[in-house]
Design a protein around this ligand. Sequence first.
Ligand code: FE
Ligand code: FE
Ligand code: ZN
Length: 277
Amino acid sequence: MLYIGNHTTSSKGYAAMGRQMVKNGGNTFAFFTRNPRGGNAKEIDPEDVKKYLEIAGEQHFGKIVAHAPYTLNACAAKENLRVFARETMADDLRRMEATPGNYYNFHPGSHVGQGMETGIEKIAEILNDVLTDEQTTTVLLETMAGKGSEVGGKFEEIQAIMDLVEKKDKIGVCLDTCHVWDGGYDIVNDLDGVLEEFDRCIGLSNLKAIHLNDSQNGLGSHKDRHAKIGEGQIGLDALVRVVRHPALEGRPFILETPNDDEGWAREIALLRKMYEE
Ligand code: FE
Ligand code: FE
Ligand code: ZN
């Protein structure tokens, strides 16, 4: 079963996002839990959630992948920014329980000159503050391109964070194809090797979701500029091999390509066709 969808820009609620995704040919999706630059979140309407769950049930949706705001930096140097990160995550996780059993993805953070080790410790500290035994959401650390002082550009860094987290059954990883490529992992010529390395460091059972993006830049460029599927330096063939890889079977694949709904619908249809072949 292929679960594929896009990061939806709709902000009109769960049912609207579900309906748009059906139109796009998708059966999963990603969305920002609030304004990507932070700020307050809208209260969740139980009627809207009920309608969404009906659509998701009828259409056999896979798990959905919420995305934390970009501005959330769990290893910021300034304490007020870490308070924001902690409170935002805790609030998002509370709100996610309206749609139980899904994923909440976040960028680990940027250590902004404090050093990788301090960054890793601070991120784990926030996770230990916000994760609860009761939550049904799995929190996903996203693999990053290693731009600037980003933490999570190497599998070892993700692993180091996870090692420090107490509630290990509440966390996992979201692999972004553009980010790992930009980070220096050659998924074009050696996808098996990259997944083996992931398995050695983090464990493939912890790989819960994929962000499927092409990249405007070359291997190891550390740039993080997404491209449409087949229009970047990763290319269609390599991305199809990702979608079809047996080790990734059943995971939600989320397009974060620079598109509108028409473009996403085309990419979803193309990838579904290539998956079947
Ligand atoms: Fe992301
Ligand atoms: Fe991503
Ligand atoms: Zn990105």
